[in-house]
Write a new protein. Sequence first.
Length: 403
Amino acid sequence: EFIKAKASGEFSNFNFSVGVNDDFMEAVKYGIDYTLVNPRNGDITKTIKAESLWNLIAQKAWECGDPGIIFLDEINRHNPLPALGAIESTNPCGEQPLLPHESCNLGSINLSKIVKKDEIDWDLLTELVHTGTRFLDFTIDVNRFPFQKIAQNTRANRKIGLGVMGFADLLAQLRIPYDSTEALKTAEQVMKHVLEDAEEESRELAEKYGDYPNIDKSIHKGNRRNATLTTIAPTGTISIIAGCSSGIEPIFAVSFIRKILGGTELIEVNPHFKKLARELGFYSNRLMKQIARTGSITGIPEIPRSVQELFKTALEIPPEAHVKMQAAFQRYTDNSVSKTINLPKNASVESVKEAYTLAHKLGCKGTTIFRYGSKGDQVLHLDHSPLTIDSEYTNCRSTKCIY
């Protein structure tokens, strides 16, 4: 019933995910039965064919984008406070697993701003990570919490989640295609740097202000201010404010029409593509209008092949490349990574199952798919009329996430 809940069009402002464990994934793999257990009392309520439930999950995700998948065992393998209990849920977009009555302050570094002379300015990134970590930690102390229990647990564990946005912009500036091995290597290098610098700042804060109070119940050995440090959120709205690509997502379109108040239509072009087009001498208003019809530059003769590879859109990137990118960031992320696996309209239900299975195999803590055209109220539409953004704030630009 929960798995089917979004199919009717209700709950359009909610993200639904199904929590599964390793035993379930094994049962799916080997085609065996799986027992459903009431989490309130531990009683077995039903025995089912795991594959039939898996097929239903994939079918509904194919139809409407929900449910996503949360891999509970993978989350709890990295639970920093196992003595306080198992993690059973996440926030709506899946990037923040939390214990009951916890909260976590999130923030994101705009990676589009750390490129200097076609190289990553690692010193600038270090400075930003230290500042961001300190800021998020201090925010805990000035926050006003809705319930005392949340205040107590948040201050006892001091979880924060510093992440990144503008990753697609970073790759474009470095001339690295999103679906390349070099892009995966860059993802790991960047997030490893973020995590290590955040850990260093957390140690410095602990030396000055003390360890987080529940550290004796944690996997940490001391000299640490925060139970967790890194999270990658979808940043659907804040990336618009910052003028960068969202989270670690590829671009959804190279050019599109933005409708604003009064019905005025403006052509918007990816700034890195526009800059490169001018440098290489193929920029024209006519070409930008042509691109806005589909959002893609693939197959346009006057655009060099290398540029077409560099600016592939989310729907042109293979599902496995989406999953591998999420896994690359997850390796150096304490909490979780919010990422949408974009699928073309003609993708099969089997493609959904393959994406979810690969995400589990590669150590992702959860994932979600979105097949283009599976929702009538999506923000970006590809049809015979120009690609148009109707609204900026009802949904994220490149994912189905509502935040």
